[in-house]
Design a protein around this ligand. Structure first.
Ligand code: PEP
Ligand code: MG
Length: 563
């Protein structure tokens, strides 16, 4: 028996035999003095076939995991059109008179080396995308069409790393888990594993060398543990654990979230596209707390037009009937970039021209989105939310543009609905200025993902400083309390739409701090309703008072465990 530790990437427990995937080593031969036209034509065909295949995958991913996850593959299509990637392969064929497969190999390995050598985790992820795209084109160039792996029994896959295509192509009927040597919580393989609900442990460094094909393993995706060749006692223990986790939450789909002492908390859903609405409605979300509209802009070559955006926003508003729909204006920048937006190179994009800063800098882009939103307001209960507000002037400037757009549309004869306006509280300065900002808005929504990163000065993507990324640090709790109290003093309300909203251990603390609304991924909606139904808000208040007096995140976590 052996225990391997890694990073918990996708929750759940699996017990099954290991299937090892060895890296493929294609022997590529360099052929000189080739017919350049013929090789270029072969490359063109292979790229076209790869594109068709990726488009099929996009549809498959949308059906299995939603539009947001399909962006990974839409980006692959763009890579096939990138002059610095495929364009370079054509150039190399021409300049060296060599065969297409060798040229592709040289260019892709070069790019992979560059991306892997960069500090940012985002760029390291790009390396695996380049490999994925290049493997797909190579498959057509070398006619080595592989049909994927065939399984006849349950397996847990162990390998060095999985490309997004490999993970999505696995036969989900039999794949019970992924164990990877590399990767972190935000790697694409981890994101897809979570979307497909396949328990996974990543970043183990050694798993591939330490297990053999056919070894029985227990994979605990919640704790990030792999037990190789466990004894009977352990197998029994984990079987029971797994059984206990298999809870049916369907009875909470249509219930409200009300504490034992009758305090109602609104439970809304976070979405990234209108294609998630079936899930939102099925899980019983009472509204949309955050529509991350930037995903409509990603994975394509041009800006979506006003009409395109209008029909997406309208469809969400109509699907939610008269329930609240909070649509956030574009949050581009940081780790979310648009290839077609003229790039201003930045040393530190998370502290750069991101979100509302970019929109106020590119007012045309901002106005198009606001026009689409205001036109859609006639079809439901819309609230517009501005991200990354740092100073009061950004708020007043954004509202001024909104008013301008409103007058234009009214002059043009459009019928507009009543709208609310709110902001994300996700920078420390917006917390400190909350009593000034509240005068301009109807509500606040706390974006804890960014608030934690900017308060703790710890990049949310960087594993090296993840120990400092502490949502339960009293520093953060004090900020949440301050913001909520200010809204209540003004008879307004505060929601939370960052990841901590779905952390069930944090729920009593957030209720105790007085939060009015929590917005989470759809599948967490019923779980959260159930959790809240078992809490007493007065007890939660006492708990949060105690937490606010503690001095570290660990002390708060201990307090929550004892609650
Ligand atoms: C947040 O920062 O908490 C948030 C919800 O926004 P995003 O994760 O899109 O930055
Ligand atoms: Mg944010």
């Amino acid at each position: 028996m052996k225990v391997i530790n890694g990073i918990p990437a996708s929750g759940g427990i699996s017990i099954a035999k290991i299937f090892k995937i060895f890296p493929k080593n294609l022997e590529l031969v360099k052929v000189n003095n080739c017919d350049v036209d013929l090789e270029s034509e072969r490359l063109k065909d292979a790229v076209l076939n790869a594109k068709v295949e990726i488009l099929e995958i996009v549809e498959d991913v949308i059906a299995k995991a939603g539009e947001a996850k399909a962006m990974i593959f839409r980006a692959h299509i763009l890579m096939l059109e990138d002059p610095e990637f495929i364009g370079e392969v054509y150039s190399l064929i021409e300049s060296e008179n060599i065969n297409a497969e060798f040229a592709l190999d040289v260019v892709s390995k070069n790019l992979i080396r560059i991306f892997e050598g960069l500090d940012s985790q985002v760029f390291k992820e790009r390396a695996i995308d380049v490999k994925d795209v290049s493997d797909r084109v190579m498959k057509y160039l070398t006619n080595s069409i592989d049909e994927g792996y065939q399984f006849t029994d349950d397996v847990i896959i162990v390998t060095n790393d999985l490309t997004p295509s490999e993970s999505i192509r696995m036969d989900k009927k039999y794949v019970r888990g992924f164990i990877l040597n590399v990767g972190g919580k935000t790697s694409h393989a981890a994101i897809l594993a979570r979307a497909l609900e396949i328990p996974s442990v990543v970043g183990t460094k050694v798993a591939f060398d330490e297990v053999e094909d056919g070894d029985l393993v227990i994979l605990d995706g919640d704790e990030g543990i792999v037990i190789v060749n466990p004894n009977e006692e352990q197998i029994e223990k984990y079987r029971k654990l797994k059984e206990n986790k298999k809870e049916d939450f369907s009875e909470f789909f249509n219930k409200e979230a009300i504490t034992l002492d009758k305090k109602k908390i609104k439970i809304y859903a976070n979405i990234a596209s209108n294609e998630e609405m079936n899930n939102v409605l099925k899980n019983g979300a009472e509204g949309i707390g955050l529509f991350r509209t930037e995903f409509i802009f990603m994975g394509r070559n041009t800006f979506p037009s006003e009409d395109e955006q209008f029909s997406i926003y309208k469809s969400v508003l109509e699907a939610m009937n008269e329930s609240t729909v909070i649509i956030r204006t574009l949050d581009i920048g940081g780790d979310k970039q648009l290839p077609y937006l003229k790039e201003i190179p930045e040393e530190n994009p998370f502290l750069g021209l991101r979100a509302i800063r970019l929109c106020l800098n590119e007012v045309g882009l901002f106005k198009t989105q606001l026009r689409a939103l205001l036109r859609a307001s006639a079809f439901g209960n819309l609230k517009i939310m501005f991200p990354m507000i740092t100073v009061v002037e950004e708020m007043t400037e954004a509202k001024k543009v909104l008013e301008e757009v409103k007058s234009e549309l009214i002059k043009e004869g459009f019928n507009l609905g009543e709208i609310g306006v709110g902001i994300m509280i996700e920078t420390p300065s917006s917390v400190m200025l909350a009593d000034k900002l509240i005068k301009h808005v109807d509500f606040f929504s706390i974006g804890t993902n960014d608030l934690v990163q900017y308060t703790m000065a710890a990049d949310r993507m960087n594993e090296n400083v993840s120990y400092l990324y502490q949502p339960s640090n009293p520093a953060i709790l004090m900020m949440i309390k301050k913001v909520i109290d200010i809204t209540h003093n003004h008879n307004k309300w505060t929601g939370i739409c960052g990841e901590i909203a779905s952390d069930l251990e944090m729920t009593p603390l957030l209720i105790g701090l007085g939060v009015d609304e929590l917005s989470v991924i759809s599948s967490s909606v019923p779980k959260l309703k159930k959790r809240i139904g078992n809490l007493d808000s007065k007890e939660c208040q006492k708990l949060s008072q105690q937490a606010l007096n503690l001095s570290s995140s660990n002390e708060v976590i201990d307090l929550l465990k004892r609650f």
